[in-house]
Design a protein around this ligand. Structure first.
Ligand SMILES: NC(=O)c1ccc[n+]([C@@H]2O[C@H](COP(=O)([O-])OP(=O)(O)OC[C@H]3O[C@@H](n4cnc5c(N)ncnc54)[C@H](OP(=O)(O)O)[C@@H]3O)[C@@H](O)[C@H]2O)c1
Length: 348
């Protein structure tokens, strides 16, 4: 059996960044290349892109091809997944070879299945860090802080505001619009977001709300989404929740994809807020930043650095379970992240 220690022979090894020329993956590759020159390898399906960027052509949806890629690159000790696989086979192929994983995915059922690979990872000495990004990712980290500030939350509300003028990758836009077919799991919320005033945010199936009840032991967690454009937010959720549930129609989602890629009514900023409630105690943490894809990539890159330098124990962890990443929001201030918090107030 290959183990994390026996693979490669170099203490750091190389990192294969799947989706390494996408919106998120290119930020991961750039950050890793700055910290560990020459050790990040971008990978994707498009041979021309792979060739142009001195990367590797591979497809994580094709297990045989992906296994061949891993076996051809014995010095790869980490795979950063910045593309959504159809299932967890690609992750299993890594972990059974003792290759570490960092994953930016936001699909709840895949993250749930990946969590079940903990015994395999511990056996081979590999570490996997899941929920790296903005949501999931920074939302999980702020949720943990708010949870601890109230002495153990009974309920957590997470809110994400995305900029409509930002460049969101094609796969991220597709994921968001596909998620519009999931019926609203809770009620909308009126909430203040730093720099954006009071907004109406709508429940949205980001994975953080499904993993946090298990990792933090909080019974009720809801994640809500709004866009910086009030008009687009209202329109988008009217298509999901209004008469006829029009967002369930593929033709409507195709139209929206074109619209979101072409119409830029807002800016590049984003905001994240976590509110924890326990009896009459309330704590809120929020942060703002620019270019969510780039920040998602930087969060994943920090997780990758922690793994490569041995700061993460073998096993499968969500980001809020990794002590070495607890202060990551502060570590991103040099990239324009502003962190705010409010603790102890009485809430409704
Ligand atoms: N956690 C968060 O906060 C967060 C935020 C944003 C995005 N995301 C997630 O991050 C992922 C990437 O988003 P993005 O915005 O960077 O999208 P993107 O710009 O479309 O990039 C996706 C990249 O993945 C590659 N790819 C897609 N399928 C592949 C496969 N089967 N095998 C190998 N490579 C593949 C694509 O290249 P080829 O077409 O050449 O293969 C492309 O380079 C999505 O799953 C998205 O949901 C998470």
């Amino acid at each position: 059996m290959t183990t994390a220690k026996s693979r490669g022979g170099n203490p750091i090894g190389r990192a294969l960044v799947i989706g390494g020329y996408g919106a998120v993956g290119s930020a991961v590759t750039a950050a890793l290349d700055a910290w560990f020159p020459g050790r990040a390898i971008p990978a994707g399906r498009n041979p021309a892109q792979a060739h142009r960027l001195d990367g590797v052509r591979t497809d994580i949806a094709d297990p045989d091809a992906f296994a061949r890629t891993l076996d051809r690159l014995p010095d790869v000790t980490l795979v950063v997944l910045c593309a959504e696989p159809p299932d967890i086979t690609a992750a299993e192929l890594c972990l059974e070879r003792g290759i570490h994983i960092v994953d930016v995915g936001a699909t709840a059922h895949l993250l749930d299945a990946l969590t079940g690979l903990g015994p395999l990872a511990r056996r081979t000495g590999a570490a996997a860090v899941l929920s790296t990004g903005v949501a999931p990712g920074l939302t999980n980290l702020l949720a943990r802080r708010a949870h601890e500030a109230v002495g153990g939350a009974e309920r957590i509300d997470l809110t994400l505001l995305l900029g409509t003028g930002d460049h969101h990758g094609a796969d991220a836009v597709r994921w968001t619009l596909t998620s519009l077919t999931t019926p609203a799991p809770a009620a909308p919320l009126r909430i203040g977001l730093p720099g954006y005033g009071t907004r109406t945010a709508h429940p949205f199936p980001f994975s953080d709300q499904y993993t946090l009840p298990r990792t933090l032991g909080v019974p009720r967690v809801t994640t809500r989404l709004c866009l910086d454009s009030r008009a687009l937010t209202a329109g988008l959720f009217a298509l999901r929740d209004g008469p006829g549930r029009l967002a369930e129609r593929p033709a409507v989602r195709r139209l929206l994809t074109g619209l979101l890629n072409r119409v830029h009514l807002g800016g590049e900023g984003f905001a994240v807020r976590a509110d924890a409630h326990r009896h009459d105690r309330h704590a809120a943490y929020a942060l703002t930043g620019n270019r969510q894809s780039r920040i998602t990539g930087l969060v994943a890159a920090h997780a990758a650095r922690a793994v490569l330098t041995g700061a993460v124990t073998p096993g499968v962890h969500h980001i809020e379970e990794v002590p070495a990443l607890a202060r990551l929001p502060e570590g991103l201030t040099e990239h324009g992240i502003r962190l705010l918090h409010h603790t102890g107030g009485t809430t409704r």
